[in-house]
Design a protein around this ligand. Structure first.
Ligand SMILES: Nc1nc2c(ncn2[C@@H]2O[C@H](COP(=O)(O)OP(=O)(O)OP(=O)(O)O)[C@@H](O)[C@H]2O)c(=O)[nH]1
Ligand SMILES: [Mg+2]
Ligand SMILES: [Zn+2]
Length: 368
């Protein structure tokens, strides 16, 4: 590993392409593997591969095998996301631009904001999502369930991290509550204040792996990231200011950990407007999904039907009623988000076609 753990100010803007002698070891530490190499093959003659570590308005920082570089992004068709693998080409004025974004293996996405049909990508190509849940105030289970679903949806493995464990006398109880709401998901208690539990995270942070921190504002994400970095690299909330409703972290950033692995810190998520797909929901509610095939009727709605295995488990006390309520709520939300996105997509398409028809009528032909 040759990359410094912190971002260097004043990046050189021009790495020297070395063609076939690229030090793929450095890229491997960032997660570059045989499949990416194959996907990059068509560009290999003219381009160098790199990983996006930070995106600003109009520009992004990209790590390449040689140098970190800053690239203009106003030429890319699709907005870049932190974690993207890109092919960079040199321009005439000896700068670099993004030629293509290699296919994303998965991403954390936020549902479309007003006027857009496309989901916004929070971070791409993740192996693990650490869901930061502070011990105080008392965890909101619904939010945790939602983030677990979101993480599964991204193709990554979620891990629930109880942060600020030093603030409660019985973190084990909170861990048990969280575990009940996240079946099949590891739950780890940590304290950045005492460094307690940090070694339990080491197993997830390995060379070549990408780990993303997710959680509401003030959950302790950047503090945890700094503890893992062993440096005060990321800004954290001042302990003296009450900081209510304020986001300390304002941009997403990928940092390379000294012990190996890439860590992405993100600004606090409010939870609403997160993109939810069916796959993520099915996995986050695996305890309910397992029961469904045992319902007497294949179209059981788990409401009043006789022989319903889900209601049976609630009666027997093996499934908390709250889980069924959460599942219903998030399913409704997923349906709503999908419908809204479809409607926007249709509206945009019909607008495009109207414009084309007008153009055809005016000029008698379709412009190339
Ligand atoms: N007691 C205690 N306080 C902590 C711990 N970790 C973080 N904090 C405090 O929690 C506050 C918020 O921490 P941040 O790391 O800035 O939170 P964040 O999740 O990055 O917040 P945003 O960037 O706004 O999303 C700070 O005042 C930290 O000092 C911990 O392990 N124990
Ligand atoms: Mg932060
Ligand atoms: Zn049923």
């Amino acid at each position: 590993m040759t990359w410094p753990a912190t971002r260097m100010p004043g990046f050189p803007t021009h790495p020297s392409p070395k063609g076939s002698t690229l030090t793929h070891d450095t890229l491997a530490s960032l997660g570059w593997d045989a499949l990416y190499r194959t996907e990059f093959e068509p560009y290999a003659d003219v381009a160098v591969p790199g990983r996006v570590v930070r995106v600003d308005r109009g520009a992004a920082d990209v790590l390449t095998a040689d140098n970190p570089v800053r690239v203009a992004t106003d030429t890319t068709d699709e907005p870049l996301a932190v974690g993207d693998w890109v092919a960079l080409v040199a321009t005439d004025d000896r700068r670099w631009t993004v030629d293509t974004v290699l296919p994303r293996r998965g991403a954390i996405r936020r549902a479309a904001v007003t006027g857009e049909s496309q989901a916004q990508v929070v971070a791409a190509n993740l192996d693990v999502v650490l869901i930061a849940v502070p011990a105080i105030p008392e965890p909101r289970i619904g939010m945790v369930e939602r983030m677990v679903a979101l993480a599964w949806d991204s193709g990554a493995t979620p891990v629930v991290v109880l942060t600020k464990a030093d603030l409660v006398s019985d973190p084990e109880t909170v861990v048990a509550d969280l575990a009940a709401s996240a079946p099949g998901v590891d739950v780890v208690a940590v304290s950045a204040a005492t460094d307690g539990g940090l070694d339990a995270l080491a197993g997830y942070l390995q060379d070549g792996r990408t780990v993303c921190l997710l959680g509401r504002s003030g959950a302790g994400k950047s503090t945890l990231a700094n503890a893992l970095l062993g440096a005060e690299h990321l800004a954290t909330r001042d302990i003296r200011s009450d900081g209510k409703g304020r986001h300390t972290t304002t941009h997403r950033e990928l940092v390379v950990l000294p012990g190996g692995g890439c860590l992405i810190d993100t600004p606090g998520l409010k939870g609403v407007g997160l993109w939810l797909g069916d796959d993520g929901l099915d996995r986050a509610f695996a305890d309910i999904e397992e029961l469904v095939p045992h319902c007497r009727f294949s179209d059981c709605r788990h409401e009043t039907e006789p022989g319903c295995a889900v209601l049976g488990a609630i009666d027997a006390g093996t499934l908390p009623e709250r889980r069924l309520a959460s599942w219903r709520k998030l399913q409704r939300e997923a349906v709503w988000i999908a419908a809204r996105t479809d409607a926007r997509l249709r509206a945009e398409q019909s607008k495009k076609w109207r414009a084309i028809h007008q153009e055809v009528r005016r000029s008698g032909r379709i412009r190339p």
